[in-house]
Write a protein that binds this ligand. Structure first.
Ligand code: PXP
Length: 255
């Protein structure tokens, strides 16, 4: 079994902005959420600047960069407009995601195989600027191999299909998705990629996936913000950290 990398927790604060925007004012403030999450043990903050600005806005991204002490992971579509904004913001990392206006959330992985011609110069510009690029993709061997060929240093495996199947009790689908994730994480590490995972994770699925030694980071938002309504964000971050640590212990335990 490979030695486990330390597993970072990235907290996505998009939906604090969703709640704020419902009334059009300044509260709740996603930057305050980011600071609270960091104080409670988050290793980084993720925010997605969508084309329609439905939650995070340009000013939020600039404030996050200026005010937080941990790495900022700037999620965005691979457009010229976003490239300009991200180069001006200079986050620690950029995660490229597919984006469709009508979707409720990021529904699938980026098609790096189909879009490799457009993505290659984009990734090169990020690499030149010293911003770590992560490609949000399905755990599909062709996508993973193309991500490595495009010289992206990081991939983030889309866990949404697996998490939905677990929560909905579709055991066969959950098992098939899980096997795909395990194989994808191994393949990606063997290709020299840093491997992250995210989308739809809760305490249980985060604990399960934390046992994969190839993973270096989980990015989690929606579930945590929902939990925070009941127990507070600090408590939620601490509980998530504990779940990840329990899972991680299994990855290095002798078999
Ligand atoms: N990672 C990526 C690339 C995402 O697009 C999202 C959703 O914004 C997440 C992680 C977090 O997903 P969730 O909010 O379901 O935890």
């Amino acid at each position: 079994m490979p030695k486990a990398l330390p597993l970072r927790l990235g907290v996505n604060v998009d939906h604090v902005a969703t709640l704020r925007n419902a009334r059009g004012g300044a509260r709740p403030d996603p930057v305050r959420a980011a600071l609270t999450a960091i104080e409670a043990g988050a290793d980084g903050i993720t925010a997605h600047l969508r084309e329609d600005r439905r939650h995070i806005r340009d000013t939020d991204m600039a404030r996050l960069k200026a005010e937080i002490s941990k790495p900022l992971n700037f999620e965005m579509a691979a457009t010229e407009d976003m490239l300009r904004i991200s180069l001006a913001t200079r986050p620690h990392a950029v995660c490229l995601v597919p984006e469709r206006r009508e979707e409720l959330t990021t529904e699938g992985g980026l098609d790096v195989v189909g879009q490799h011609n457009a993505l290659a110069p984009f990734i090169a510009r990020m690499n030149d600027a010293g911003i770590r690029v992560s490609l949000f993709i399905a755990a599909d061997p062709a996508q993973i191999e193309m991500a490595a060929r495009l010289r992206a240093p990081v991939i983030e495996i889309h866990t949404g299909g697996w998490c939905d199947a677990v929560v909905d009790g579709h055991a066969a689908k959950a098992e098939a998705e899980w096997k795909r994730i395990v194989a994808g994480a191994r393949l990606a590490r063997a290709a020299g990629l840093e491997v992250h995972a995210g989308h739809g994770l809760d305490y249980d699925t985060a604990e399960t996936i934390a046992a994969l030694p190839e993973l270096a980071e989980l990015n989690i938002g929606y579930f945590m913000m929902g939990e925070a309504l009941f127990v507070g964000l600090g408590e939620t971050v601490r509980s998530m950290r504990a779940a990840m640590d329990r899972g991680r212990q299994r990855s290095v335990a002798p078999t």
